[in-house]
Design a protein around this ligand. Structure first.
Ligand SMILES: Nc1ncnc2c1ncn2[C@@H]1O[C@H](COP(=O)(O)OP(=O)(O)O)[C@@H](O)[C@H]1O
Ligand SMILES: [Mg+2]
Length: 589
C-alpha cells in the first residue's frame, strides 16, 4: 500500500501527529532537566563551590521533581540554586515558545510566497531611505505615511507589530488594484490613501462613501480647500465653485484630448476606433476649439452640435488662426447628409451630459461670482478634489475624466518646472475608475506619472472591467506599467487566476510515502514541483487579503488594513455619520 503524506511544510495528517507529539515531549523533558542541571551547576560554580553537580541521569531527574533543586546541590545556598535553575529553565522554555510561534507564522503563509526579507524594500527602514531620496524636503527620520502609501501587512504578522511592519508603495510607484465588490477596495485602499496622502489628492467615485469618510478629516488635517465636483448630487454638496474645461484648450491637440473624453463614452461599448467615433471626435475637436479660442462656453458647443449647418464655428476657427480645422469642419458640414447626420448624432450621444443643465452649471460661467478651480496651482498644494459621477449614459463621467486628466497633466508640468518630481507627491485615487474615470490613454500615462511624483491608484472590480474600457491591449499595458499590483478576493477570471498562479511560480515539495508489505513497512521520500499557489487558491483568496505583485519582488500575500481597524477609525466614523446625515437631509428637502 502506498499513501503519500502531506508535502513537508504543510500541517501533519492526524496519524503523523501522535508520534511527533511523543517525540516532542521526550526531547522537551530532557532539555528542561538538562537546563536545570546546567543552572544548578552554574550556581555552584558562581558561589565558589566549583563546577560540581550530581550525576546527570534518571536519579537526578527524580530528585529534582520530588525534592526540588536544592537537594542536588546540598552545599550551595538554596536561593542561588533556585535562581540558577529558574533562569536556565526559563531560557529554554522561552526559546521553545518563540520557535513555535515563528513556525506558526510561517505556516500561515504558504511556503514560497514573499516574507519580510523578500519585501524589505517596501518596509522600514528601506522605505524611509527611498522616500528621502525621492522627497528631498522630508526631514530626517521621517516615517509612516510620509514614506509611502500603505498597502497592508504581510499575512500572519502579529497584531502588535502591524504599525511597524506596514508594507508601503514608494512615491515613484504607480498602482493598480483589482478586487471584487465588497472586498475592501474603498475601506482598505481608497480611504487610507486619501487620509495619508502628504500632498494634494484627487479622488473619484460613483458613490458618496469615499467622500463621506474622508472630506471633513482631510479639511481638518490640511487646513486647505476641499473641492467637491458633484454635478449629479451624489453627496448633495452645494456648488461653490466651477471649472472651465475650455480654459486649457489652446491647441488642436488639447481640443482633441478633451473631445476624446466625450467620445470614450460611445467607444466604451464598441472598444474599437470605428469610423463614427473617430469622425465624432474630429467634429467635437473643431467645435470645442472654436468655442475655446473665441472665449465662448460649452453651451455654444452644445448648440452647434444641434445644428449641423451652422457656419459660426467655421468662421470663428478661421478668425483665430485654425484654417485647416475650419476647412475640415465645413467639409463635413457640406458632405453627404446621411453621413453628416450620423456623425452629428454620434457626437451628440457622446456629449449627452452637456444636455443636462444641472451638470452644465458646474462647467459653464455662473450667473454670480464663484471661484474657479485652478488646476495648475492645485498640483503643488495640499488641497483635495473629489470627483463624483453616476454610471451610465448621460452621466458626468466624461467631465470627471477630463478634470482628472487635466489635473494629472498640469501636475506633470508643475513637476517639470520644479526639478522633475512633485514634493509632496500628488496622489490620484481612481476608485471605480472603469465606471467614472475612463481616461482613454490612462495606460500610457501610467508610465510617466511615477517619475514625476504623481502616484495614481486605479481601482477596478475585475480585470475584464478594465478590458471593456481600455481594450485587451490597453489593459495589458496598464497591467505591465503598474509597478505595484494588488489582487484581492473574488478573482473569478479563470485566465487571470491561472496567469497569476503561474507568475507566483513553483517550488519543490517533499513527498513522503510509506508502503506496507508483508510485515514490513518502508518509507521513502521524493521531490515534486508544485505550484506555490494553484489557481483555485488565487480564486479563493479570503476577503481582507490581497496578493501583492511589485516589480522585481517575489509575490507576497498581504492582509489589508481597513480604516475602521486603524488608529483613525473614530475620526472617520464621526465624519461619515455627519456627512451621511447631511446627504440624507439634503435628499429629503
Ligand atoms: N465601519 C465598518 N466596520 C466594519 N465593516 C465595514 C465598515 N465599513 C465597511 N465595512 C465592510 O467592509 C467590506 C468592504 O467594503 P468596501 O471597502 O466598501 O468594499 P468595495 O471593495 O466594494 O469598495 C464590506 O463588506 C463592508 O460591509
Ligand atoms: Mg468601493
Amino acid at each position: 500500500m502506498t499513501r503519500p503524506l502531506e508535502p513537508a511544510g504543510g500541517l501533519l495528517p492526524p496519524e503523523g501527529r501522535f508520534p511527533m507529539l511523543l517525540l516532542a515531549t521526550v526531547w522537551g523533558g530532557l532539555a528542561l532537566v538538562a537546563a536545570a542541571w546546567l543552572g544548578g551547576t552554574t550556581a555552584s560554580w558562581a558561589t565558589g563551590h566549583g563546577w560540581r553537580g550530581p550525576a546527570f541521569g534518571v536519579q537526578f531527574a527524580h530528585a529534582l521533581v520530588t525534592e526540588g533543586p536544592g537537594s542536588s546541590w546540598p552545599r550551595v545556598p538554596g536561593a542561588a540554586v533556585t535562581a540558577g535553575v529558574v533562569v536556565a529553565v526559563g531560557g529554554v522554555a522561552g526559546v521553545t515558545v518563540a520557535a513555535v510561534r515563528a513556525g506558526r507564522t510561517n505556516a500561515a503563509r504558504p511556503f514560497g510566497l514573499a516574507g519580510a526579507r523578500d519585501l524589505a524594500v517596501l518596509l522600514t527602514p528601506a522605505s524611509t531611505t527611498r522616500a528621502q531620496a525621492l522627497r528631498p524636503s522630508l526631514p530626517g527620520g521621517a516615517s509612516g505615511a510620509e514614506t509611502g502609501l500603505a498597502l497592508g501587512v504581510i499575512a500572519g504578522t502579529p497584531a502588535r507589530r502591524r504599525e511597524t511592519t506596514t508594507v508601503r508603495a514608494s512615491w515613484e510607484d504607480v498602482l493598480l488594484a483589482v478586487m471584487a465588490p465588497r472586498a475592501g477596495k474603498t475601506t482598505s485602499l481608497a480611504v487610507p490613501s486619501v487620509l495619508d496622502a502628504p500632498g494634494a489628492v484627487v479622488a473619484t467615485s460613483n458613490k458618496a462613501d469615499l467622500w463621506a469618510a474622508t472630506a471633513a478629516v482631510r479639511a481638518r488635517d490640511t487646513s486647505e480647500a476641499v473641492w467637491t465636483f458633484d454635478p449629479q448630487a451624489i453627496t448633495n454638496s452645494p456648488r461653490t465653485w466651477w471649472w472651465n474645461p475650455l480654459t486649457a484648450v489652446d491647441s488642436v491637440e488639447e481640443a482633441s484630448r478633451l473631445a476624446g473624453h466625450f467620445v470614450q463614452e460611445v467607444r466604451a461599448e464598441k472598444s474599437a476606433r470605428d469610423f463614427w467615433s473617430s469622425a465624432a471626435q474630429d467634429l467635437l475637436t473643431a467645435l470645442l476649439l472654436a468655442a475655446a479660442t473665441s472665449r465662448r462656453s460649452l453651451h455654444d458647443v452644445y448648440e452647434w452640435l444641434n445644428d449641423p449647418v451652422v457656419p459660426t464655428p467655421g468662421v470663428l476657427l478661421r478668425e483665430h488662426g485654425y484654417p485647416a480645422v475650419a476647412a475640415s469642419l465645413t467639409g463635413r458640414q457640406h458632405g453627404a447628409p446621411e453621413t453628416r447626420d450620423g456623425i452629428y448624432e454620434t457626437a451628440r450621444t457622446a456629449a449627452q451630459c452637456l444636455r443636462d443643465d444641472r451638470i452644465m452649471e458646474w462647467v459653464t460661467p455662473p450667473a454670480g461670482e464663484l471661484p474657479q478651480l485652478d488646476t495648475t496651482a492645485f498640483a503643488t498644494s495640499r488641497e483635495t478634489l473629489y470627483l463624483l459621477s453616476k454610471d451610465g449614459a448621460g452621466a458626468a463621467g466624461p467631465l470627471v475624466a477630463a478634470l482628472t486628466d487635466r489635473v494629472m497633466r498640469d501636475g506633470v508640468r508643475a513637476a517639470e518646472r520644479c526639478g522633475g518630481r512633485l514634493d509632496p507627491p500628488l496622489v490620484v485615487v481612481l476608485d471605480e475608475a472603469a465606471n467614472v474615470c475612463r481616461i482613454s490613454d490612462l495606460p500610457d500615462l501610467y508610465s510617466h506619472l511615477g517619475s514625476r511624483g504623481i502616484v495614481p491608484l486605479t481601482i477596478l472590480q475585475s480585470y475584464r472591467q478594465g478590458v471593456r474600457v481600455w481594450g485587451e491591449a490597453g489593459m495589458d499595458t496598464l497591467w505591465s506599467a503598474a509597478t505595484v499590483k494588488l489582487l484581492g478576493a473574488g478573482i473569478d477570471d479563470a485566465k487571470l487566476a491561472e496567469d497569476v498562479s503561474r507568475l507566483i511560480g513553483e517550488h519543490d515539495v517533499t513527498i513522503r510515502s510509506f508502503s506496507e508489505g508483508d510485515r514490513r513497512r518502508t518509507t521513502s521520500t521524493s521531490l515534486r514541483r508544485q505550484r506555490i499557489l494553484p489557481p483555485e487558491d488565487v480564486r479563493a483568496l479570503a476577503r481582507g487579503h490581497a496578493l501583492l505583485l511589485a516589480t522585481g519582488l517575489r509575490v507576497g500575500r498581504l492582509e489589508l488594513l481597513p480604516y475602521y481597524q486603524g488608529s483613525r477609525a473614530g475620526d472617520v466614523a464621526a465624519a461619515t455619520a455627519e456627512a451621511t446625515a447631511a446627504t440624507v437631509g439634503g435628499v429629503s428637502r
